[in-house]
Every structure is written in C-alpha cells, then in structure tokens.
Design a protein around this ligand. Sequence first.
Ligand code: C2E
Ligand code: MG
Ligand code: MG
Ligand code: MG
Length: 287
Amino acid sequence: KAEGKHGAKLFHADMDINYQHRQRLKFDLSQAVADQDLSLAFQPLIDLSTGKVVSCEALVRWTHPSLGVIPPSTFIPLAEEMGLISAITNLVLRQATRECSRWPAHIGVAVNISARDFRSGDVHQMVNRSLAEAGLAANRLELEVTETALIEHRESAIESLKAFAAQGIGISLDDFGTGYSSLSYLQALPFTKLKIDRSFLSDIVTDRRARNLLTNVARIGTDLNMCVLAEGVETEEQLQVLRDHSRVQQAQGYLFSRPLPARDVADFIRHFEAASRGEGEANLLHG
Ligand code: C2E
Ligand code: MG
Ligand code: MG
Ligand code: MG
C-alpha cells in the first residue's frame, strides 16, 4: 500500500499537489463556514427603461487567511462535493435578506441556489426562516438557479420552484444559454426572469450574427412572459446595442457597478438613481 502511494507520487506529482491543495482548501473552507467567515458582495441589477436599481445579487466571498481571495467558482464546487453547500446557502440567505431589509422598499435581493440545495430538502425552511427573521416580503427575494440544477434534480427542483413562485418569490434562470438541456423545461417551470449569460454579449458590438443571436435568445424569454436580463455588460457600446434591441429589459455588469461590499450598497443606489434622474431630465430638455 505504501509502495502504491509512493508510485502515485512519482508518476502523478502534479495531481498529487493538486490533491493536497484541494484537501487543504476543503478543510479550511469547512472551518470558514463553521466560523461564518464568508462575506457577501452585492451587484446591482438595472432596469434599462427607468434607470433604476431593481435588485442586487448577493455573491459570496471567501478570503483565505494565507492564500487570499478564493473565487466562488473554485470553492462552491468544493462545498458541493463536501455537503457544505446548504450551510453556505443558509448563511447567504440570512445575510442577504437582512441587508435587503435596510434598502429602499422597491429594491429586492437575488440569491444563487445550488443544484444540491434541492436535494437536501430543507431549502424551503431556510428561505422562509430568512424572510421571517429579516421581516422581508417574499416578493423582494429572487432565487437564481442554473440549468444544471434542473437537470440534476429535476423532480425536486420543479416542485420546490413552483412552491416558491406561489409565494411570490422571483425565480431567475441564471447563465441561460450555457447549459445542455432542452428548452422544454422553460415552459414547465415558473421562471420570472431569464438571465442571458455574458458569453452572448462578448461580440455584439462588432458582429451582426452575435447581435442576431442575442435578439433571438431574448425573444425566447419575452415570448414566455419572462423579464429578460443581460449579464456582464462592460461597455457603453454593449449597452447601446442592448437598448436598440429593446427586448432586454434589465442589465447587470461592471459598466454599472462591480459587486460592492454591503456597506456601500445604499450609497450606490442613491447616487445611481439621482444620476439617472438627472439624465432623464437632460433628455427631456434636449427634446
Ligand atoms: P453568477 O451567479 O452568474 O454571478 C455573476 C458573476 O459574474 C459574478 O462572479 C460577478 O462578479 C461576475 N460579473 C458581473 N458583472 C460582470 C462583468 O461585467 N464582466 C465579467 N467578466 N464578470 C462579471 P463571481 O462573484 O465570481 O461568481 C461566480 C459564480 O459563482 C456565480 O455566477 C455563481 O454561479 C456562483 N456563486 C456566487 N455566489 C454564490 C452563492 O452565494 N451561492 C452559490 N450557490 N453560488 C454562488
Ligand atoms: Mg447568479
Ligand atoms: Mg449569472
Ligand atoms: Mg454567470
């Protein structure tokens, strides 16, 4: 056995280092979750016709004591493997609803739900306890799910999402267009919002075919009575294309704001809405 292990080291040195690194990250992550040592950043979602912030998406953040910032794309999959994800979801739900209860009443909060959350079965309890503790109305919460979640846990996901929707909670399909499932579930599920993945935006300024594709992806959403949002808007030129293709009602991206620390959200909302009011008046003045 010892020899076998030695052999593995000789022939798969890279894999082994990777393995050790992952084991360490996993150990430290479970510690961080136990100590509630994760924080949230919030990124605003903007309504393109009113220039108002509609809601803010909660994005979980982990700063490792010696390795620094670890992106969620690294640690969320680890948490899913370890069975830690529902503890993270719970933590995010509680912090996110608490923050939202301090914002103006027209602004909601969006929380990402993982595929595994549907398996554990207590996602309903977590959501409803968070809302109750924060004193937040159900219609100020949006839950974001990906196509993967729906493929992996189809039956339980459909049931859960229908129950949430019946409560008035918004249901967003995240990263739309990157999954591999058929489109039939779009009709079967109570989505209120379609979030078009940012990969669809990368070439829209220069490439007519990319613009056509975006328009038609957005049409899928509007035809099914969903609000359509474009993710990853980084430039004014991209925004202009989106405005000209008016089916996209909401947008999110670095152009408007990077994900913000919780304490900066209220100020951002105030400044952003004052600025877009000013812009509106200027537009009126100039005809
Ligand atoms: P997502 O839900 O699609 O979140 C949007 C991601 O795009 C965020 O990355 C955000 O920082 C990034 N982003 C926003 N605007 C732009 C832009 O203009 N350009 C570019 N290049 N990127 C932009 P982040 O925070 O690293 O999160 C990555 C993913 O990790 C999220 O994708 C989501 O799938 C997952 N995630 C984040 N927080 C949570 C959480 O609390 N729970 C779960 N289950 N997953 C989470
Ligand atoms: Mg999301
Ligand atoms: Mg997304
Ligand atoms: Mg994404």
